[in-house]
Ligand binder design. Structure first.
Ligand code: F58
Length: 808
């Protein structure tokens, strides 16, 4: 451990001094807001100092640097994490109590930085933590959005989006680095000129934007290493300010240029409907790529000079999904246009440096840009992409009998569009999926043609999550129990959790697990009461589905199960269920109507069920608003059933499945994404699997023989009734009926096979909750899950990236 304070007294003295310096007041006279900022400042100063020591060391040892380009880093709150990693959490918590406050009181003052949508953004944040732990010189490169992901409120059951003004007060962990700002050019004209007998290119004119970096320290567990997340803010160059207009009193006009520049980093993922939103997103993508590449090369030049051939030896650039796909072309541009390299030399360097992760098989999520948008905005980059595409076509094996098909599928420019996934693959030496099944689908379906051409590029890196945040921090009581048996080694090496297998027959331990879960459920019940007003019973089963709302994730299937149980409880006197609280949480994209209707349905069912005294002692339904990293930690630790019910083949990996497994929740899931690996590791007897498998889904859809009306007609009493209840008055009280959901199921033939999997799902749920009756057996299952979850630590994932992709 890196002791950043001598002892508690030393901490208190320094903390008091910081409060005084920051506010001019004594600690006792400050509110929790000031107290939080001073505490954060104190910790951040230490972190920055260690970071600069690390920098020197990396420079001196010539360690390879890994740059992780991601438009999203869903980091959440950092204070607790820093304290844990510096090994001072308990000490600080004690000290604060002595000083008359609590850590919890201060922690909630920290903005929950939501610079990401969901799994992809959170994965990037987990990688920051794990790379630091593994001693990798790892730098996140992203965007500093002024507004993070919207705040979700529920009004009459509907999702309402509010701006997330997370920077309203200062952000204590960041430091602005104006001296490292980079000028980025949009538009203009690409013009050629002759230099030393060679044709060179430059951009004339265009809009010049300043990208200003902010650095956020990333502290490794143990506190010895501190890496950096660098996020970019777009700012105007002075010349965008129109002094004449200002003097005329036309302030809007005076600031128009400024506003246009700043818009680039104003908001995470602006809705991409309409040309306006599109251009902004593309500008974000280019800005953080161009600024990031520039700052990488600056550091390289300082340390190694201009021998660019050495770049792949000292630098790895990883692109998180296709959003940073311009890394390859931009690196080509700089190496050729600014450093004077020839195409072949530059291309060799680029393809040895850049690697790429895909996170989705959904065709609509594979980014494409109309050339008519792309080319005027980035004329020189477009030229380079055009040349990459041309050379790639030329290299095509035209003796291949299926070359036409291949040609079309692998084209970078096609049908008036730039295909970012294909561009990413061609520019990278490694392409990976995020779970075994997902990688298999990439190889055999989504990128089949690329796989045939370059099989050596493709590999799998099953996702992971940081167990220090999602188990140690999120679940203090369970962590304490674990540590009491196997020591603290598991914090460093999650595989040590395996030692818990020794306790599967230890009744005292199993009962202590149950008690810890109960404590967490009570904590969550209090939070639910505070945020929704709903009172839930902590002795009921906590059945949890928390994730983004999407049709393929099938929250609809889950709520159909609840509707069915409700109907049967009312109608069938012999039907009983184990008392259960069904907990949902998650956001739907602002423009995703279907997903938002499913949220409304869940809230409408909750409204009816929770106020129906006939069933109240057995089932309750809760939708927790505004799912984010901070409340996720409360939810995971209290969960007993982990709902992972996507249509097989659709969820690339999933990561809440891993977080829930660590916390001892039992997976109720399809054989999809990482669920398969979870089932293999925990043991089939310690999870509950149902539904069609991926090959069955593919076969069924290919056959053309799936008809949702057949499912409806085969079970009018239960399934058909649920469908009908979408459009009758059963759940319409809150805000009307659900015609569009019914249309999706019946007129559009139920694309996600909700009706098809319904019976096997409900049956699996009934069997699983039946098993809950045996406390010892249930907790034994839970223990097998925690004990085998070490594989899903992102420490393991990051080591695989390091050894097999980055060679760092
Ligand atoms: C998720 N993708 C996958 N995308 O859905 C999930 O299976 C996987 O576990 C996770 O990545 C990490 O690999 C995801 O979160 C997004 O959030 C997109 C970001 C860009 C806008 C559209 C959503």
């Amino acid at each position: 451990m890196n002791q950043i304070f001598k002892d508690k007294q030393d901490f208190i003295t320094q903390y008091r001094a910081m409060v005084r310096a920051n506010t001019g007041k004594e600690f006792e006279l400050c509110g929790s807001h000031d107290r939080f900022y001073a505490l954060a400042e104190l910790i951040a100063t230490r972190a920055r100092r260690i970071a600069s020591e690390n920098e020197l060391e990396i420079e001196n040892t010539g360690q390879k640097r890994v740059y992780y380009f991601s438009l999203e880093f869903l980091i959440g709150r950092l204070l607790d994490n820093y304290l844990l990693n510096f090994g001072i959490r308990d000490m600080v918590s004690d000290a604060l109590k002595e000083m008359g406050t609590t850590l919890e009181e201060l922690e909630i003052r920290e903005p929950d930085a939501a610079l990401g949508n969901g799994g992809l953004g959170r994965l990037a944040a987990c990688f920051l933590a794990s790379a630091a732990h593994e001693g990798i010189a790892f730098y996140g490169n992203g965007m500093r959005y002024e507004y993070g992901l919207f705040k979700q409120e529920i009004v009459d059951g509907r999702q309402v989006e509010l701006a997330d003004n997370w920077l309203k007060h200062d952000y204590p962990w960041e430091s602005r680095r104006p001296e490292s700002a980079v000028e980025v050019v949009f538009g203009g004209t690409s013009v050629s000129y002759e230099k030393d007998g060679r044709t060179m290119w430059r951009i004339d004119g265009g809009q010049k934007i300043l990208a200003v970096p902010y650095d956020i320290p990333v502290v490794a567990y143990g506190g010895k290493l501190v890496n950096k997340l660098r996020v970019w803010k777009a700012e105007p160059n002075e010349d965008l300010f129109d002094l004449d207009a200002f003097n005329r009193g036309d302030y809007a006009q005076a600031n128009a240029g400024r506003a246009e520049a700043e818009a680039i980093s104003t908001i995470l993922y602006p809705a991409d409907a309409g040309e306006h939103g599109k251009i902004l997103r593309l500008k974000q993508e280019y800005l953080f790529v161009a600024a990031g590449i520039n700052s990488i090369l600056r550091t390289f030049r300082k340390e190694h000079g201009s021998d660019w051939k050495l770049l792949p030896e000292y630098v790895a650039i990883h692109t998180n999904d296709t959003h940073p796909a311009m890394c390859g072309p931009e690196l080509m541009r700089v190496l050729m246009d600014e450093e004077g390299l020839e195409w072949d030399e530059a291309w060799d360097i680029v393809t040895k440096t850049v690697s790429f992760t895909n996170h989705t098989v959904l065709p609509e999520a594979l980014e494409k840009w109309p050339i008519t948008t792309f080319k005027p905005l980035l004329p020189r980059l477009y030229q380079i992409i055009d040349e990459i595409a041309r050379r790639f076509r030329e290299s095509f094996p035209s003796d291949n009998p299926e070359w036409r098909e291949m040609f079309q599928k692998t084209a970078i420019l096609w049908d008036g569009e730039v295909r970012m996934a294909n561009l990413s693959i061609v520019c990278s030496h490694s392409v990976n999926g995020v779970a075994e099944l997902h990688t298999k689908i990439l190889k055999e379906q989504v990128f089949k043609e690329f796989y045939e051409l370059t099989p050596e590029k493709f590999n799998n890196k099953t996702n992971g999550v940081t167990h220090r945040r999602f188990l140690a921090e999120a679940n203090p009581s369970y962590s304490k129990l674990i540590t009491s048996k196997i020591g603290t080694g598991w914090l460093d090496d999650a595989m040590e959790l395996k030692k818990l297998e020794d306790y599967v027959d230890d009744e005292d331990f199993l009962l202590a697990m149950a008690a810890s879960k109960r404590e967490n459920k009570e904590r969550l019940a209090r939070y639910i009461k505070e945020t929704t007003g709903i009172v839930v019973d902590p002795s009921s089963v906590f059945d949890v589905q928390v994730k983004r709302f999407h049709a393929y994730k099938r929250q609809l299937l889950n709520i159909f199960k609840v509707m069915d149980i409700y109907n049967r409880l009312l109608d069938d006197p012999d039907f009983t269920v184990r008392p259960t609280t069904f907990i949902f949480s998650g956001k739907a994209a602002q423009s995703y109507y279907f997903a938002k209707e499913v949220i409304r349905l869940i809230n409408s069912v909750a409204d009816v069920v929770n106020s129906d005294e006939r069933v109240n002692d057995r089932i309750k339904v809760v939708f927790i608003p505004n799912f984010r990293v901070s409340n996720a930690q409360l939810i995971y630790s209290a969960a007993e059933i982990s709902e992972q019910i996507s249509t097989a083949g659709q969820e690339a990996s999933g990561t809440s499945n891993m977080k829930l497994m660590m916390n001892g929740a039992i997976t109720l899931g399809t054989l999809d994404g990482a669920n398969i690996e979870i089932a293999d590791l925990a043991g089939r007897e310690n999870v509950k699997i149902f539904g069609l498998t991926e090959p069955e889904v593919v076969a069924l859809q290919k056959s053309g023989h799936y008809f949702s009306w057949d499912e409806y007609n085969a079970d009018r009493d239960r399934l058909g009734r649920c469908v009908d209840e979408l459009t009758d008055s059963t759940f319409s009280r809150l805000s009307g009926t659900f015609d569009s959901i019914r249309r999706e199921l019946m007129d559009n033939n139920d694309h996600d096979l909700v009706l098809k999997d319904f019976h096997s799902y409900v049956q699996a749920w009934e069997e699983l909750t039946e098993a809950y009756g045996d406390t010892l057996a249930w907790n034994r299952m839970a223990l097998h899950n925690t004990a085998n979850s070490g594989h899903f630590s992102s420490d393991r994932t990051i080591r695989e990236y390091r050894d097999e992709i980055w060679h760092a």
